[in-house]
Design a protein around this ligand. Structure first.
Ligand code: GLA
Ligand code: ZN
Length: 662
């Protein structure tokens, strides 16, 4: 495990640095991330590099046993650069050029910016690549925005399209440009999706622009990663993702990195800790291995308004929350709030006065002490899951490019299923198009509009081999050109699900559509947003519509098809909250998956496993400030308190327990 802090020595007088390093060591820290916004401090004017301050900072930190992760500073171009080359500035959707004065105002496609990127990254890599006090690198900072529409992007988009389609006839066919007289006879005629401010651009063009911007971002990261690797000895390369950022395919980028990390700010979504859990699980999924939290919240935040400070015990619980989901490194953001700049009231481990009396310092120091004991148990463990959720940035883009699907929201539907799994306290894994599915018993594939031969075979194989797969409405309706299929819905997936769909409807008004009581719990379930009218062929009905015209016409709402050794379910509707809970608990039962322990709502249970001896660590986390009850089926020893618990027990407010199971 690594335990540390994000530090900005450039914001503080040098004579304070040793005190900081000493206090960090006392807090139990072993790692510090540095320099990710320090470009103007390293290169105040073009070509005049000054690493001496960074050398001194690294020296001081090393004297106190602290290892360093260095960030490349490209998220914050210095003024001399943008003054000399204003064409590196990004242009937003409303065609405004982003001016300097903040950060992230550059275009990832600017060749000029890429040249400067190469220089600063190589200079840093040459200087510190062999330095064994530096253990790893972070590329840039939270890539993925702004989506740019500048002239460089336009030119490169056209080149990208030429390469993809070869000739305009092919592009015209695959974009369906005959619609509204868009047939292009010259590549330069091709617009960007924001050129015409009226409603929707061509969905095929729009999807390609999203793919293009994603590839550009991935390429920009790779440019840095390759340069760093050239000089790096044993150092690894990571990026700090914001896993819910939609504008590039994070799985794709992760292929070029050694480690995935993310920035974990739970109070932003305090009402939905499930979403935070999903952030952890997604980041785990990017490389299917333990990750780091590169920025772990530990104080109030500068947002549109200041967010509340964590309550006593909350930072500790967040820390364990990260670890439970597979974090092997926890780096708190930030050491000490800066006295100036945009984030002057963004709290840190310390407060502005730098004293040990800061609540963050006190709490984190004691977490550090606990972790020293636990580290041996945690090291080498991974997260394993029998339940997977198929997550695709590209499928989401397909939905986004055709906004008339509204009110359906891809990510929200993923979260509806995720929340239900979360409540059942089972480990969940996010998988992508290229993931190996063989370890999974149950795979959920909410809303997958685009299908091709590859996905069709992949899912068919999974089910033939005994897997249980759940698909939903709006699946298989399109090809990867974003054109609607001319097959009967769900298109290529009809055979797998054993159904046909000839009618569907968004639900906006009464009469209400409800579903029969398929769980035998005396409930009926209201459809919200969408209804697919399923006609079963090889499949059987698991639940019919009970009221509304789909019921009058005798349509099925959920079908179940025995296929090979497994089962393929199709869920035709999006439902109210309890619907997902009951559906998912039934699916878990059917797939023979049980939840670990039952706790009251807001108690989360997660497992890490040691692949060498199958020993499991079971983490119990109370996300609320109130004590909550937990049912244990057996006798368990809490490694933190060295006490044994059995049967019905209580987890204190923001409490954490770690059990070891054979
Ligand atoms: C992001 C950035 C940090 C900082 C924090 C504030 O995650 O990476 O530099 O601005 O937000 O919460
Ligand atoms: Zn651009």
């Amino acid at each position: 495990m690594h335990f540390g802090v994000d530090y900005y020595p450039e914001h503080w007088p040098e004579d304070r640095w040793s005190t900081d390093a000493k206090m960090m060591q006392e807090a139990g820290f072993d790692t510090v991330r540095l320099a990710e916004f320090a470009w103007s401090k390293i290169e105040e004017t073009e070509g005049n590099l000054d690493f001496s301050w960074l050398d001194r900072a690294i020296n001081i930190l090393a004297n106190y046993g602290l290892e360093v992760v260095l960030g490349t500073p490209t998220a914050a171009p210095p003024p001399w650069l943008t003054e000399k080359h204003p064409n590196v500035l990004a242009v937003n959707k409303d065609k405004q050029e982003l001016k300097p004065g903040h950060r992230r105002h550059y275009c990832v496609n600017s060749e000029v910016y890429r040249e400067y990127t190469k220089k600063i990254v190589s200079n840093m890599a040459e200087r510190y690549g062999e330095d064994d006090r530096v253990i790893g690198w972070q590329t840039d900072n939270e890539l993925g925005h702004p989506v740019c529409y500048c002239d460089d992007c336009r030119g490169k988009f056209h080149t990208w399209l030429r390469k993809k389609y070869g000739n305009l006839d092919e592009l015209n066919r695959r974009w369906g440009t005959v619609f509204w007289s868009h047939e292009y006879t010259d590549w330069d005629q091709i617009p960007l999706p924001n050129d015409n401010p009226r409603k929707g651009p061509n969905p095929s063009l729009h999807l390609d622009y999203k793919r293009f911007f994603s590839k550009s971002t991935v390429e920009y990261n790779k440019l840095q990663a390759d340069l760093l690797r050239k000089e790096a000895g044993d150092q690894w390369v990571c990026h700090n993702f914001m896993p819910h950022f939609p504008n590039f395919d994070h799985f794709d980028m992760a292929d070029d990195l050694d480690l995935a990390t993310w920035d974990h700010y739970p109070t932003e979504i305090r009402e939905s800790y499930e979403e935070v859990s999903a952030g952890h699980d997604l980041t785990y999924g990017f490389k299917d291995k333990p990750f780091w939290v590169m920025e772990q919240q530990c104080s109030y935040l500068t947002r549109d308004e200041l967010t509340p400070a964590p309550r006593p015990g909350e930072t500790r619980m967040w820390t364990y929350h990260s670890i439970a989901h597979g974090a092997d490194g926890i780096i708190y953001f930030r050491w000490r709030p800066c006295r100036f700049g945009d984030e002057q009231f963004h709290g840190g481990v310390l407060q502005h006065d730098g004293s040990r009396k800061s609540p963050g310092y006190q709490e984190i120091k004691s977490v550090g002490e606990e972790l020293v004991e636990l580290e041996e148990e945690i090291d080498g463990t991974v997260v394993d899951a029998n339940v997977g959720i198929y997550y695709s940035f590209e499928q989401n883009w397909s939905m986004e490019t055709y906004r008339y699907h509204s009110p359906i929201d891809y990510k929200e539907e993923i979260m509806n299923y995720y929340r239900a799994l979360f409540e059942a306290n089972v480990n969940v894994k996010f998988v992508s198009r290229n993931s190996v599915l063989s370890g999974l018993d149950l795979l959920l594939v909410p809303i997958m509009p685009m299908a091709d031969q590859f996905l069709e075979s992949k899912f068919e194989e999974f089910v033939k081999d005994g897997g249980h797969l759940v698909g939903t409405y709006r699946s298989g309706i399109k090809d990867f050109d974003n054109h609607v299929t001319d097959r009967t819905f769900p298109g290529r997936l009809s055979e797998l699900f054993g159904i046909e769909i000839h009618e569907f409807t968004p639900i906006k008004e009464k009469p209400e559509v409800t579903l029969t009581d398929f769980r035998g719990q005396g409930k009926s379930y209201r459809a919200v947003d969408w209804v697919d009218c399923i006609e079963t062929k090889e499949a059987k009905s698991m639940a019919d519509y009970e009221t509304g015209w789909p019921a009058d016409k005798g349509f099925t709402g959920i079908s179940r098809n025995d296929y090979g050794g497994g089962v393929a379910y199709y869920v035709g509707l999006s439902g109210e909250e309890g619907f997902y809970r009951d559906l998912v608990s039934g699916l878990l039962e059917e797939s023979g998956l049980e939840q670990i322990f039952t706790g009251e709502k807001e108690v989360e249970v997660r497992k890490r496993i040691d692949p060498l001896n199958d020993e499991e660590l079971v983490f119990v986390l109370n996300h609320s400030s109130e004590p909550k009850s937990l049912q244990l089926d057996g006798e368990f020893r809490d490694l933190i308190r060295s006490e044994t618990f059995t049967g019905s027990t209580e987890v204190e407010g923001f409490g954490v327990m770690v059990f070891k199971e054979k």
